[in-house]
Ligand binder design. Sequence first.
Ligand SMILES: C[C@H](O)[C@H](O)[C@H]1CNC2=NC(N)=NC(=O)C2=N1
Length: 122
Amino acid sequence: MTNPTTDSLVQKRCVPCEGGVPKIDRDSAVGFLAATPGWTLDDEGKAIFRKVNCGNFVKAMKLLQSIADVAEAEQHHPDLHLTGYRHVRIDMTTHAIGGLSENDFIVAAKINQLLGDSSTTA
Ligand SMILES: C[C@H](O)[C@H](O)[C@H]1CNC2=NC(N)=NC(=O)C2=N1
């Protein structure tokens, strides 16, 4: 499979997932990560995450709400963590298959679009 581009991911929609979507293995995940800068593969290769220092609590809460809006629109949902009042960590995995699917990278690319270039990796 050809590696996706950021634009191709942003233009896609998540497919409803109750299982039965293809799992992305570690090697393919590395190709997908090139299209989602700022995201890191976890040690088990089953999730990707991004950390953002939002600067203050209000900005962090706004980011969480914007991410929630993207997730609801796509019906694919991240695990969201707010710690130290301004540090957001976003974890993407596809619970139905216990690993990564294209959906995770689609939502990651759309979150990157929200963040623009102004975000700071925490
Ligand atoms: C039908 C609907 O797409 C599924 O129930 C979705 C909802 N959001 C989801 N989000 C995530 N991260 N993993 C899932 O397996 C999942 N399943």
